[in-house]
Design a protein around this ligand. Structure first.
Ligand SMILES: [Mg+2]
Length: 120
């Protein structure tokens, strides 16, 4: 494929992939959200039975990286389908969320703290 990969053209390819297979009928909003969470659980599964430091140290191992990459892609693809279904501009929503978080967690109060904004 040539050209820049964007969330928009990824979504278009994903919708085409889905529609060529007549899978829209299985993609209720509820089942898209269930599927997103199942893929997130597959990402989590990669860490199962591994110590935090060992897993961190293996982050650049090719096999670990390949597994994390695949599950992140699965999560993103379901997220794109959910956003498309709901008419959400994901980049704008994420940008606005960072802005809101910056308001909730001002640097002078939040720096170096793991506390929730209600406890700062
Ligand atoms: Mg998966």
């Amino acid at each position: 494929m040539s050209g820049e990969i964007t969330l928009q053209n990824l979504t278009e390819r994903l919708i085409a992939f889905r529609d060529e297979r007549d899978w829209r009928q299985f993609h209720s909003l509820k089942d898209l959200i269930v599927s997103l969470n199942l893929e997130a659980a597959e990402l989590l599964e990669l860490t199962q039975w591994k110590g935090e430091k060992d897993f961190e140290a293996s982050a650049n191992d090719e096999s670990v990286k390949a597994g994390v990459s695949e599950e992140c892609a699965d999560v993103l693809l379901y997220l794109l389908l959910i956003a498309e279904r709901c008419g959400i501009d994901l980049l704008a929503a994420a940008s606005e969320k960072i802005e809101r978080n910056a308001q909730k967690y001002p640097v002078e109060k939040a720096r170096g703290s793991a506390r929730k904004y209600t406890e700062l």
